[in-house]
Ligand binder design. Structure first.
Ligand code: ADP
Length: 610
């Protein structure tokens, strides 16, 4: 299989044709310095000067060069590096118009990176309309970050509105070098605590505990963390406020300052570490200070991440600076004896890594933890992930993604019950609309009164219905001391009741208590695309990063007013490590024509001994 890789950054575009099985690169090219007079196309290590005033011209030049270079090769798929996957994209994803729209919605979170990726994506889809295009997201590897490292201490409503959280970047590289380290150490990655330092133009450090990213220095955007080529890394937020005032509120100028004029560029006038090292050796104080600040910031993160994991088994250096600068590794790797990591200065000086010899151990023989230099290969990693997805999809009849929403316990009420609970003629107050058209949550809540315990503040959903229906999770059942059958919404025959308490009185329902059958709402068009019908029952794979689950018995519900969305309850979401907005994939090992159309027959829950 030959995978064409497009890796489009803010000032470079890299492209390669790779066989993922053996890692052979048939074609390797990049355009550097887009938009300035040093712009050039590097094809198989030979530099060709280019004049490209912007990304669009650079892309056209790349595609023209590609056409010549690819003569004689079949391209089976295209793998695209996409810097930001937001909350939804935590796995490699087949690119459809829907996915392109979702990626473009993320542009405000990576304004320098998403637009060039979209332009590359658009051009490549036109060039190869009949082969799969797969997006591989830099943020995906960090989807495992626990809440404690993911959250910023800002007001919850703002965090929710703007999807503010730590996403982390360089994930493809961190994952690749961590796996390479594990192979080199002949140890399952699930037994290792690693700190990977990706030190290139952009720099980030990640703590990988037993195979999962649990902390990383970049945040919601690639601005946070280490000092970088042209970005400052960590800043006191008060400085930003001061800068906004100083720039008279010119946000574009601020964006430019923080992304292009800070870091090494701001400290020394150049973002190129090779020049900084040369000038520092000649006595340039600014360059000496830049090196000191940089190495100090990396050391600080390594110490912090070792503390977070309670120790380390290896520290990995990778990317342009990490792979090539013995000086920087020496400055960073001093006095790590307390971590059990001792640098061997000779090995460090002589270390050379490349794609053929990707690992060099620079630790002393007596060092318990290893210090490793590893050549990263993001293009190969993207090719491998692209090929893996294509193979998985060959086994699956559909590869369309389904957004997942997590339903907390809730109640639908008739107008009669509303009046008994809240008073005669009472009208519910709309709080906010739900994703399904015409549905909304209301301000009012009620208390569920079970034989064992009560649950207060249970949300009511509107509008009023013809039947009362109370939807709770399995955990709620145990807590309340009730036995709710798993049922589709509205299928309430022979279901138990429960007592509801409101401000104006209590109502004991004779039936309507259920544990909702997981289901997918979809329009007739969606049903046609998924090749399913109303009341079909399907399997959906959701989640990832160690918590992937395939849910069976998922009911398809088709209606012209429905918006595509799968609903699971909080227990199901917790089991798969899900949040609202994650994507599921409909899976089946059978072809559409043979797909079993199971109908829901027995939906009663197993008897619970409470
Ligand atoms: P990106 O892919 O993000 O553009 P790279 O991983 O290629 O970045 O890293 C670029 C950085 O690596 C630059 O700062 C460059 O100066 C630095 N670099 C490359 N080779 C060396 C070297 N031999 N010594 C010191 N720094 C180096």
């Amino acid at each position: 299989m030959n995978i064409f890789i497009l890796n489009s950054g803010s000032s470079t575009i890299k492209a390669a044709l790779i066989s993922p099985e053996d890692g052979i690169r048939h074609v390797d090219m990049r355009i550097d310095n887009i938009g300035n007079d040093r712009c050039c196309l590097i094809l198989d290590t030979i530099r060709h000067p280019l004049s490209c005033k912007d990304h669009g011209e650079a892309l056209s030049a790349l595609m023209a060069a590609t056409e010549k270079a690819l003569v004689g090769y079949q391209v089976d798929a295209v793998g695209h590096r996409v810097v930001h996957g937001g909350p939804s994209f935590t796995e490699p994803t087949l690119i459809t118009d829907h996915v392109v729209q979702a990626i473009s919605d993320l542009a405000p979170m990576a304004p320098l990176h998403i637009p060039p990726s979209l332009a590359a994506l658009d051009m490549a889809r036109k060039q190869w309309p009949d082969i799969p295009h797969i997006a591989v997201f830099d943020t995906a590897f960090h989807a495992t970050l626990p809440n404690r490292s993911r959250h910023y201490a800002l007001p919850k409503d703002i965090v929710d509105k703007l999807n503010i959280r730590r996403y982390g970047f360089h994930g493809t590289s961190h994952r690749f070098v961590a796996q390479t380290a594990a192979s080199y150490l002949r140890t399952d990655i699930r037994n290792l605590r690693l700190i990977t330092c990706h030190l290139g133009s952009g720099c980030s450090v990640t703590a990988i505990e037993y195979g999962r990213s649990i902390e990383t220095s970049m945040g919601m955007t690639p601005l946070e963390g280490l000092v970088m080529s042209s970005r400052p890394g960590d800043l006191d937020a008060g400085i930003i406020l001061q800068l906004i005032k100083d720039l008279d509120g010119d946000i574009e100028a601020l964006e430019d300052l923080l992304n292009k004029k800070s870091g090494f560029v701001g400290l020394t006038g150049t973002g190129d570490m090779r020049k900084i090292e040369e000038r520092a050796a000649e006595g340039d104080r600014d360059c000496q200070l830049a090196i000191n600040i940089f190495c100090h910031s990396v050391r600080k993160y390594i110490g912090a991440y070792a503390a977070v994991m309670g120790g380390i088994d290896a520290i990995v250096f990778t990317a342009g600076i990490g792979e090539n600068s013995a000086l920087i590794r020496h400055r960073i790797g001093q006095r790590f004896d307390y971590l059990g990591a001792i640098l061997d200065e000779d090995k460090n000086r002589e270390a050379i890594v490349n794609k053929a010899q990707p690992v060099c151990d620079i630790s002393a023989d007596i060092s318990r933890a290893r210090l490793l230099v590893i050549a990263t290969d993001e293009e190969l990693a993207i090719a491998q992930q692209t090929a893996q997805l294509i193979e998985e999809q060959a086994k699956s009849p559909t590869n369309l993604h389904i957004p997942v929403a997590v339903s907390a316990r809730h109640i639908h009420l008739t107008q009669g019950t509303i009046e008994k609970l809240f008073g005669p003629g009472y009208q519910l107050t709309i709080r906010r609309p739900l994703s399904q058209p015409g549905q909304y949550s209301v301000e009012e809540t009620v208390t569920l009164v079970g034989p064992k315990r009560k649950i207060e503040k249970v949300r009511i959903l509107g509008p009023a219905r013809l039947q009362d229906q109370v939807e709770i999770s399995r955990s709620d059942e145990f807590f309340l001391g009730v036995d709710a059958p798993v049922r589709a919404s509205g299928d309430l025959d022979n279901t138990p009741g429960i007592t509801l308490a409101g401000p104006a009185g209590e109502v004991t329902l004779t039936n309507g208590l259920i544990c909702a059958l997981r289901h997918i709402h979809m329009s007739p068009d969606d049903a046609a695309a998924f090749k399913v019908q109303d009341n079909d029952v399907v399997d959906v794979a959701i989640g990832g990063n160690g918590r992937k689950l395939t849910f069976d018995d998922v009911l398809i519900r088709v209606h012209p007013d429905f918006r595509l969305e799968m609903h699971v309850d909080t227990d199901e979401a917790n089991a798969a490590g899900l949040s609202s907005g994650d994507m599921g994939v409909l899976v089946s090992t059978e072809t559409h024509a043979q797909m079993t159309r199971r109908k829901i027959t027995a939906t009663n829950s197993p008897a619970q001994d409470l």
